[in-house]
Design a protein around this ligand. Structure first.
Ligand code: ADP
Ligand code: MG
Length: 373
């Protein structure tokens, strides 16, 4: 069992100041005031764009990087100063780091043998873990003979061979092509269910995080933005960044001015006749003339025949086979929508739009924070 608790953790890479010639000015934080908890047996995805501090966070958990400030605990033990080998963790990174001269079997056995584990127990451990990551057929092969996907299976098998309390995976699927990524995603998920080891995966790919993790921790610029289940961060993003980062194609985020009418509040858009009703629940939080960002997912905008609605010109039409994406001009901006209907448009065709009004999101025009009611 392992509960990981991260409390107000900061990381600043100071040792590189000289190399960069920045003697006076300190480097910015790579991780800033980060706090979150991974419950026992959970599968947590740390998600964010490149450079936001994901790997640094994972490396601090692993003990490969010093914590500048704050505390980390595994269960009730403060781990800040524990050596990596004393943390009971398994690690698998994007690079496979298998030993080329050794067979897969010997690669898996390596850390156990280093700990003077008797051969019989080594074999027992490999017999147990090899089927979990589907590497039984590969045991006599050497790493060079393996495909990328096979190498990563072996890499993960090696990480879990000692049955760690905490498994840390850093972009384990990033090198792999689409189909293999999907297969391995399922296998990692299945493996996690079977060994019930608290697992953290770092990824910049929101689809990967959404599909594999039970809890997602979203970071940007060294800071936590939101933590929640995949559906929480999808349905209730706390700010424009999360709203735009989760979901493919991304949520539309349109500058809007609120107009109050006898019929309630509406989003209006500069140089456009389009009006979208604001859900009544926001009435107490908004005012006539207020500037806001209107967020709406492409799948929540529909094409309608209702001629009473204002015309909207098509700018871009793309056919993905199972889905069509249409971009419509709204004032100076574009609004994207997706549809499964078999329709074709040319640029400048006129269509009309209906919105799932209750699925619109409101964000503060200055801070980008979601308006909550
Ligand atoms: P991510 O994994 O989210 O892409 P990282 O944690 O690797 O991001 O990096 C976060 C920030 O810390 C980046 O600005 C990166 O340049 C910096 N950084 C990472 N590793 C080092 C290092 N060893 N020395 C100095 N700066 C580093
Ligand atoms: Mg990284």
């Amino acid at each position: 069992m392992a509960v990981l608790t991260i409390k107000n953790v900061y990381k600043r890479y100071d040792d590189t100041e000289k190399k960069l010639g920045k003697k006076k000015e300190k480097r910015p934080y790579a991780v800033k005031d980060l706090s979150f908890t991974c419950p026992d047996k959970s599968f947590v995805g740390i998600l964010g764009p490149s450079g936001c501090g994901k790997s640094t966070t994972l490396r601090m958990i692993a003990g490969l990087e010093k914590i500048t400030d704050g505390d980390m605990f595994i269960d009730d033990v403060r781990i800040n100063d524990l050596l990596p080998k004393d943390r009971n963790i398994g690690l698998a990174f994007e690079d496979y780091a298998l030993y080329p001269p050794l067979t897969v079997y010997d690669n898996l056995a390596f850390n156990l043998r280093a700990k003077k584990t008797p051969e019989q127990l080594v074999k027992q451990a490999i017999d147990k873990i090899a089927p979990l990551m589907r590497v039984e057929e590969l045991l006599t092969m050497r790493p060079n003979a393996l495909s990328g996907g096979q190498k990563q299976r072996v890499n993960i098998a090696r990480a879990i061979i000692r049955q760690p309390g905490l498994l840390l995976l850093d972009e384990p699927l990033s090198h792999l092509d689409g189909k293999m990524r999907q297969t391995l995603r399922h296998e990692i998920k299945r493996m996690h269910r079977e060994i019930e080891c608290t697992t953290i995966i770092v990824t910049h790919d929101q689809i990967e995080a959404m599909s594999i993790a039970d809890i997602i921790v979203i970071m940007k610029n060294a800071e936590l933005q939101q933590m929640g289940t995949p559906m929480e961060v999808y349905d209730h993003p706390v700010n424009e960044f999360v709203a735009g980062f989760i979901g493919e194609p991304p949520m539309n985020l349109l500058k809007s001015t609120i107009a109050k009418t006898q019929d309630g509040f509406f989003f209006t858009f500069e140089n456009s006749d389009l009006r979208v009703r604001v859900p009544a629940k926001y009435s107490g939080a908004i005012k006539d003339g207020m500037n806001l960002t209107c967020g709406v997912r492409p799948m929540d905008v529909h094409i309608t025949d209702d001629k009473t609605l204002p015309p909207a010109p098509v700018a871009i039409y793309e056919n993905f086979g199972d889905e069509r994406r249409v971009s419509v001009r709204v004032g100076e901006g574009l609004l994207n929508l997706t549809t499964a209907e078999d329709i074709h448009y040319d640029p400048e065709d006129i269509i009309r739009l209906a919105f799932d009004e209750n699925k619109t999101h409101l964000f503060d025009a200055q801070t980008g924070d979601a308006i909550r009611v």
